[in-house]
Design a binder for this molecule. Sequence first.
Ligand SMILES: Cc1ncc(COP(=O)(O)O)c(C=O)c1O
Length: 394
Amino acid sequence: MNASKRIQTLPPYLFAEVDKKVAKAKSEGKDIINLSIGDPDLGTPKPVVEKLYEAAKNPDTHHYPSYVGMKDLRLEISNWMKKRFNANFNDDEICVLIGSKEGVAHLPLGIINPGDYGIYPDPGYPVYHTSIMFAGGNPIQMPLQQENKFLPDLDELNKKIRNSGKKPKLMFLNYPNNPTSAVTDLKFLKEVIEFAIDNEILICYDNAYSEMTFDNYAAPSIFQVKNADNVAIEIFSFSKTYNMTGWRIGFAVGKNENMWLLKKVKENFDSGVFNAIQIAAIEALRNKDVEKTKRQNMKIFEERRNVACEKLDELKAKFEKPKATFYIWVKVNKEKFKTNSSLSMKFCDKAIEKGVVLTPGVGFGEYGEGFVRIAITQNKERIVEGIERIKELF
Ligand SMILES: Cc1ncc(COP(=O)(O)O)c(C=O)c1O
């Protein structure tokens, strides 16, 4: 069967490619230290797992769920938004997602017509680019560069839009950022909202790592900026906060003038999240012991970050100590590699030979080239051993 044009033009899905290389190395009997994918290793807090078990035993949970999510969960999320960000959204302005990836992937279908423009950060979570393409849109690249602390240069972007006559309808933005681990503040988010209002663009603010922060840094919500609710939708995830990547649950928040677009797509494409998982998600947000575990887990990640950064410092690697996420974005030392193709791929291929899996920056876009991403989703000893194994690559 011939593939659709949309499939043919897609780049290979980065993480699937990395998985293949890992499988190959494992089949060769290598001891592999996987520091590549953003899948936390600490396990979902026990009360959440127990709640799922209890809820799954009740046949009432076995029916089709609501398209927008259970009202009780949406009410709990509404309380959380108020408590965490002082943001006021009622339950009707919240939509439960099958993981935040699903929201990111579906949103452009509600906004982008074939030929319309959507802005994606480069480097960035690959689904932004793909989802714009799947909707028939043309992705506009928004570079995130080191000299600008991996924030977009909005003046440059404005010029690009004006000079090209390409008027975008949607922009994806993500802080704390994957893959660079850059963070932002309300001053910058205010500029983003002004930009969105001036250009009549909907911002999809992906806050999947909002709770994965260190050194007392608290990630803001875009809704802490005045008037943001006119031009933004914000997406959150249970995956990273509660070690629930496999559960597939997240949520989107926004005023219904914008949110209805996402809800309309979802009504037609999926049938929601298993009710027992939603009941367990309520437990995650409500249970004080879960909150305690979450804080302890963040301390564990903070310690790992410290240990990894110390080790990288020893090796004179070039990177910024992250204030958030479980990624370290390390610059590849050009002097070390003679290659006419991708430096970051070359670095990662050499690392796999040593039994260490990292993610090549180029997999996150053209501007990711020259960097590699180290995920601290292994225990301290394995992280240190992993970095030690590849020390001559820095
Ligand atoms: C920036 C970003 N957004 C969204 C996701 C998807 O997360 P979820 O598990 O909620 O679908 C990821 C996962 O790595 C991510 O890095």
